[in-house]
Design a protein around this ligand. Structure first.
Ligand code: GLO
Ligand code: MG
Length: 345
């Protein structure tokens, strides 16, 4: 299958997905429903699904596997959009990595992070993502919040200085906020919090740090994803995006992009187009456990089709009309115009 190409997209074109998006179907209440596909076998599947980029955690494509993965990706015409350390799956990180109260765990987290910086270079990615994972707390006073914040600042400073010293500005870091899950209370829960954290990092490495906002993560907090994106853009910090859909304020679903709130997704694409977002457009979706193994890539096909349709419709949205509706304070009419762009012929 050929690669998806976004018309008039500035910068990096094509779509991307994580190797974990086509997993064996486990959820918090039940184990796998499909045999796990070996990680390197997932790369040709992503290529076949029309992806230009793949993404992986350090526990999926390890440092040792990286040269083989890079070679295979080259052969498939795939690029690594981002690489990311897993600070959440292994039991040792049960209470977080950088914010753990245990110095030995923090040390291990740092070693893994620096190793992931080196592997990001081997894979040729320009971005490393830090999802907040288990950085948070379930019981009040389980951690000293001010110390935890300081540990995050120290941790990201150390990672930033290491990358700058060894690789200049080749790699940038995108912190991915998420509220409510898996810890009851998360540090780096939202875009504003991460922007504040970045403002507290050492000045010389601040330009290396930005964000990776994910649709569902804003929506599970009842926040507006478009505003989260606009806030990142205003700060010059939209380094990466994780697109998906979320069916209301509940657990993180990682549904196909475009499925639940197409009108908002259309508006989001208008914002990205007008801002000339030059980064890669990547999905973070989850093949549901009810899908048969042979249909595991359906979620990528549905997300991609929805995105392509909405992208083309977003290009056709008349920006002047939006201005006129704003000026005339006809905001309901503006919503009707967007609906016409979405549903009309
Ligand atoms: C989970 C996150 C997760 C991250 C991934 C990359 O809710 O979205 O999938 O994106 O670990 O760091
Ligand atoms: Mg994500």
């Amino acid at each position: 299958m050929s690669r998806y190409e976004l018309k008039n997209k500035v910068g990096m074109n094509g779509l991307g997905a994580g190797v974990w998006n086509i997993g064996p179907g486990n959820d918090p209440f039940g184990g796998p429903t499909r045999d796990p596909i070996p990680m390197l076998d997932r790369l040709p599947m992503l290529a076949e699904a029309g992806m230009t980029y793949y993404e992986a955690h350090d526990v999926e494509i390890t440092a040792e596997m990286a040269p083989a993965a890079a070679k295979l990706a080259r052969k498939l015409g795939l690029k690594c959009a981002m690489y990311t350390p897993s600070f959440f799956a292994a039991p040792v990180f049960k209470d977080g990595a950088m914010t753990s109260n245990d110095p030995a765990v923090r040390k291990l987290g740092m070693a893994n992070a620096l190793k992931a910086v080196d592997t990001t270079i081997v894979l040729g990615a320009k971005t490393m993502v830090f999802w907040n994972g288990r950085e948070g707390f379930d019981f009040v006073l389980a951690k000293n919040g001010r110390d935890a914040f300081k540990r995050l600042v120290d941790g990201f400073n150390a990672v930033g200085h290491y990358a700058k010293k060894n690789y200049g500005t080749k790699i940038k870091f995108a912190i991915e906020p998420k509220p409510n899950e898996p810890r009851a209370n998360m540090y780096m829960a939202n875009v504003g919090e991460v922007l504040y954290l970045i403002s507290r990092l050492d000045k010389e490495i601040q330009p290396l740090f930005g964000l990776n906002p994910e649709t569902a993560h804003s929506r599970i907090a009842g926040l507006d994803y478009i505003w989260d994106i606009e806030l990142c853009l205003e700060a010059g910090k939209l380094f990466h995006i994780h697109l998906n859909a979320q069916d209301g304020q509940r657990y993180d679903q990682d549904l196909p992009f475009g499925y639940t709130e197409p009108l908002k997704d259309l508006a989001l694409l208008v914002v990205l187009q007008d801002a000339k977002y030059a980064g890669p457009v990547c999905f973070d979706v989850k093949a549901p456990r009810v899908d048969d193994p042979k249909n595991i890539c359906d979620i990528l096909e549905v997300s991609s089709n929805n995105l392509m349709w909405l992208w083309d419709r977003a290009l056709k949205v008349d920006r002047k009309k939006i201005e006129q509706f704003r000026k005339a304070n006809r905001l309901t009419a503006l919503s009707g115009y967007l609906a016409q762009c979405l549903y009309g012929k």
